[in-house]
Design a protein around this ligand. Structure first.
Ligand SMILES: [Zn+2]
Length: 363
């Protein structure tokens, strides 16, 4: 199997960079459409439009209606095509960015990804997570390219609710463990290739960065402050985690997350919050040393992340519920099979109940 590494062409991060979008996007086209929901449009709409127009872009704006569904993608694509846009700029969270990636692929135009929260690793990736109109996970769409430009304004990131930032840390914390499992098993990354040393090393740097700067970054963001730690963790949550998971591969943590989404009771927990239970379960599944697992639990508590099933809405899970999660996590297409040993549902269920017990003991 050949090794594959891919990434966005340009990643730009810093305080106030939203106002410089025209400079960074200049070579990508001449007619832009900005896609954002009405809340995000209020925050960045004028700044982005002004900067693009200063750089000779014809600019239109479009409201994102909240769901990355096939129907929404079609609506946005039709409108962007009518405008004659050759660049789509998307601002917001994972769903707005994923919808725009699919539109860019469909119309064969450039994509600028502008995350306004550092909550997932969607901004740099070449895939879209497609949901039904009602928000249930449907499938992954894989595109032929990553965004041409990822623009991250850390002042906007630090001004967003802290829960989104914490969730991003959780999503990024999984990256190293999943990439390393894939590397050890010679499994496939998201591009269907083997891991490069680069993908593996970036995933490890992601983990080290979170451990060194995570706690102080969360405290800074609680106060809307941009510090060097916030810069470091934003880069870990967005760039290092994004490249690390795509080129490094996913394993048990995200499969267990996908299993957890089967239960209605977990729907109020964010993606990252559910992923954290997946990460801790993966460590137990892999038989990591007690001291190591406990250290990651302590770190999770320091950041304010879930360590028990009750923390993600499962106060008293029944055997049936745990069975449902474990079965869904182990279906054939799941990345859990990137673990360096065969994984069966009973092992996942046992890991979940063990994590729950350990988590309760540390609270
Ligand atoms: Zn994730």
């Amino acid at each position: 199997m050949a090794k594959i590494f891919a990434s966005p062409a340009n990643y730009t991060q810093g305080r106030g960079v939203a106002a410089e979008i025209g400079t960074h996007a200049e070579d990508l086209g001449g007619s832009a459409v900005l896609l954002a929901d009405d809340i995000v449009m209020d925050i960045v709409g004028d700044t982005v439009t002004e900067s693009l127009e200063d750089h000779e872009f014809d600019t239109e704006t479009m409201e994102f209606r909240g769901e990355c569904s096939e129907r929404e993608i079609e609506r946005v694509a039709d409108q962007a095509s009518e405008y004659g846009s050759d660049v789509i700029v998307s601002a917001g969270g994972g769903k707005a960015l994923d919808a725009a990636k699919a539109v860019a692929e469909r119309l064969d135009i450039a994509m600028v990804s502008m995350p306004t929260i550092a909550s997932t690793d969607a901004p740099t990736s070449s895939l879209s997570v497609i949901y039904t109109e009602h928000g249930e996970f449907e499938e992954y769409w894989f595109h032929s390219k990553n965004p041409e430009l990822v623009l991250v304004d850390t002042a906007i990131i630090a001004g967003a609710p802290t829960r989104t930032f914490r969730s991003g840390i959780a999503d990024a914390l999984a990256t190293w463990f999943e990439a390393d499992a894939t590397y050890r098993s010679h499994g496939e990354n998201i591009f269907g290739g083997a891991s490069t040393r680069a993908g593996h090393a970036l995933a490890e740097l992601c983990y080290e960065t979170l451990r060194r700067h995570g706690v102080s970054a969360v405290h800074a963001v609680e106060n809307g402050a941009v510090t060097e730690s916030v810069e470091a963790v934003t880069e870990a949550n967005t760039l290092l985690s994004g490249l690390g998971f795509e080129s490094g591969g996913l394993a048990a943590a995200h499969s267990i997350h996908n299993g957890l989404t089967q239960l209605e009771a977990t729907h109020d927990a964010t993606h990252g919050e559910k992923v954290n239970i997946g990460t801790l379960s993966q460590l137990v599944l892999e038989g990591k040393d007690d001291a190591f697992v406990e250290d990651v639990i302590e770190f999770s508590l320091d950041i304010g992340l879930p360590v028990t099933l009750a923390d993600i809405g499962l106060d008293d899970p029944t055997d049936d519920q745990l069975e449902t999660v474990a079965e869904a996590a182990c279906v054939e297409e799941e990345t859990i099979h990137n673990e360096p040993f065969p994984v069966e549902p009973a092992m996942v269920r046992d890991a979940l109940v063990t994590v729950n017990e350990l988590g309760e003991r540390h609270k």
